[in-house]
Ligand binder design. Structure first.
Ligand code: HEM
Length: 416
C-alpha cells in the first residue's frame, strides 16, 4: 500500500493560518498529489484538493461531520447543536427546514427587502463625503435579513446587532482576545434570538408563518420533540449571519467592477445571461470560505491510500475553484468561462459540494447569487459613485479575505 505524502514539519497550523487560501493547493503541488497528511491543531489531518477529492468527501458512508470542526469555529461561526454538526437522518430532517425557506417567492421577497434597505441607506450616503461601502452593506443586510426572518429589529439596536452578526464570521478564525470577544458576541446574539423563540412558544411574538423565526421555533427532531430554544436560536442565526456575510461578496462585486470595467458595460447593456456569469466568476475567483472539515466514519482506502476511522480531513474549496485541471488560466477573471462549465457539483464549490439536501452544501447559495446579481445591477447601473485613491488589494491572510480599504466610495447617488 503506498504511503500518503506527509508534511515534514511537526505542525502546519501556523503555515495554514499564514496562507489559508493557498496552503493546501501549494503543498499538494509540491507533493505531486491531490492529498497529503499534516498535523493541524496538533491532530493528524488529511488535506485534499480538486474535484475528485470533493467527490470522495461527499460520500456519507465514508465521512461524518459530528465533532469534526474545531471547537474554535463551533463556538464562534457555527454555534453548538446546529445543522452543520448533524449527520444522517437528523441532518436530512433539519436541512429540510432550511430548504423550505428557499423558494423563488421567498428569495424574491428578500431581494426586495435588500433593495429597499439599500435605497434608503443610499439617501444618507449621499450626504457624506465618503462611506466605507462594506461596512454600510453589513447594516443594509442586517436590516433586510431580520425583516425577512421575522426577527423584530428596533432602530436603536441596529448597530449592535450588525456588529454581533458580522463578528461571528469576521472573528471566527481569530485567536486570543478577539476569539473571546467573538464568543461573547455570539452568546449575546443567541440570547437575543432565544428570547424571541421562547416568545413565539408563549404566543407573545408572532412572526410571519413561513419566516425563519417561525419555522425554527416550531422545528421538531426525528423523535417528534421541539428542538431546544437555544438550538432554534443557533439555526435562526444560521440564516441571519450568512445573509449579512453576503456583504463580503458584494464588496468583491464592487472590486471586480472597478478592476474589469468592461464587465460593468456588459451588465449595463443587459446582455443575456451575462450578470449571472459575472456573479459566478466572482464566487469562483475571489477568496471567501477556504475549506470544509469532516472526519473519517470508517476505515477505507482511496487510490490505494488508507484513511483510518476518526482521522480529520480538510477539503480545499478555494484551491478546487482554481484547479488548472478544470479551469483554464484560473487566476484570470473571465465570466465567459461559465458558458461552457459542465455544472459539476464538485469542481465549482465556493459554497460546498454535492447535493444541497443530502450533503452539507450551503442552502443559501441561491440567496447569495440573487443578492450578488442585485448588487451587480445596482453598482453597474443604478448607483453612481467614485472610488477615491485607496488600497484595494485583497488581504488574503484575514478570514474572510477582503479588500484592505473595505471599498471606500465618494459622491454616492442612487437613481430614483
Ligand atoms: C455569504 C456567502 C456564503 C458562503 C461563502 C457560504 C459558504 C458555505 C459553505 C462553504 C458551507 C459549508 C458546506 C459544508 O460544510 O460542506 C455552507 C453551509 C451552510 N450555509 Fe452558507 N454560505 C454563504 C451564504 C449563506 C446564506 C445566505 C445562508 C442562509 C441564508 C447560508 C446558510 C448555510 C447553512 C445553514 C449551512 C449549513 C448546511 C449544512 O450543514 O447542511 N449560507 N455555506
Amino acid at each position: 500500500m503506498p504511503q500518503m505524502p506527509i508534511e515534514r514539519t511537526p505542525d502546519s497550523t501556523v503555515a495554514l493560518r499564514r496562507n489559508p487560501y493557498g496552503f493546501i493547493a501549494a503543498r499538494c503541488r509540491e507533493h505531486g498529489s491531490d492529498l497529503f497528511e499534516a498535523r493541524i491543531l496538533l491532530q493528524k489531518t488529511v488535506c485534499m484538493t480538486g474535484a475528485e477529492a470533493a467527490r470522495l468527501f461527499a460520500d456519507h458512508d465514508r465521512f461524518e461531520r459530528g465533532g469534526a470542526s474545531p471547537e474554535l469555529l463551533r463556538k464562534t461561526l457555527f454555534g453548538v447543536g446546529g445543522v452543520q454538526g448533524l449527520d444522517g437522518a437528523a441532518h436530512r430532517l433539519r436541512k429540510q427546514a432550511f430548504m423550505g425557506l428557499m423558494g423563488h417567492e421567498q428569495i424574491a421577497a428578500l431581494r426586495g427587502l435588500v433593495e429597499d434597505a439599500w435605497r434608503r441607506s443610499a439617501r444618507a450616503w449621499a450626504l457624506h463625503d465618503e462611506i466605507v461601502f462594506y461596512d454600510e452593506m453589513l447594516e443594509v443586510l442586517t436590516r433586510a435579513a431580520c425583516a425577512w426572518a421575522g426577527v423584530p429589529l428596533f432602530e436603536d439596536e441596529v448597530a449592535q446587532r450588525t456588529r454581533e452578526l458580522a463578528d461571528m464570521f469576521e472573528g471566527a478564525g481569530a485567536v486570543g482576545l478577539r476569539h473571546w470577544r467573538t464568543r461573547i458576541e455570539r452568546d449575546q446574539a443567541e440570547r437575543w434570538i432565544q428570547d424571541l423563540v421562547e416568545g413565539v412558544g408563549r404566543g407573545l411574538v408572532q412572526p410571519p408563518r413561513h419566516s425563519a423565526l417561525s419555522v425554527f421555533a416550531g422545528c421538531r427532531d426525528s423523535d417528534g420533540k421541539l428542538i431546544d430554544a437555544r438550538v432554534a436560536a443557533v439555526e435562526v442565526l444560521n440564516i441571519l449571519r450568512p445573509t449579512v456575510a453576503v456583504a463580503v461578496y458584494i464588496a468583491f462585486v464592487a472590486h471586480a467592477l472597478h478592476e474589469y470595467p468592461e464587465c460593468g458595460e456588459r451588465i449595463r447593456a443587459g446582455e443575456e445571461g451575462y450578470t449571472a456569469m459575472f456573479v459566478q466568476e466572482v464566487r469562483r475567483f475571489y477568496p471567501f470560505f477556504p475549506a470544509i472539515v469532516a472526519r473519517v466514519r470508517r476505515d477505507f482506502e482511496w487510490r490505494g491510500y488508507h484513511f483510518p476511522r476518526g482521522r480529520r480531513v480538510i477539503l480545499d474549496l478555494y484551491g478546487t475553484n482554481h484547479d488548472p485541471r478544470t479551469w483554464v488560466e484560473p487566476d484570470e477573471f473571465r465570466p465567459d468561462r461559465f458558458r461552457s462549465w459542465d455544472r459539476s457539483p464538485f469542481n465549482f464549490v465556493p459554497q460546498g459540494i454535492g447535493d444541497h439536501s443530502a450533503n452539507h452544501r450551503c442552502p443559501g447559495e441561491w440567496i447569495t447569487i440573487e443578492l450578488m446579481k442585485l448588487a451587480a445591477e445596482i453598482l453597474a447601473g443604478r448607483m453612481h459613485y467614485e472610488l477615491p485613491a485607496q488600497d484595494l488589494t485583497i488581504d488574503c491572510q484575514r478570514l474572510p479575505a477582503l479588500p484592505r480599504s473595505r471599498v471606500r466610495m465618494r459622491s454616492v447617488q442612487f437613481e430614483a
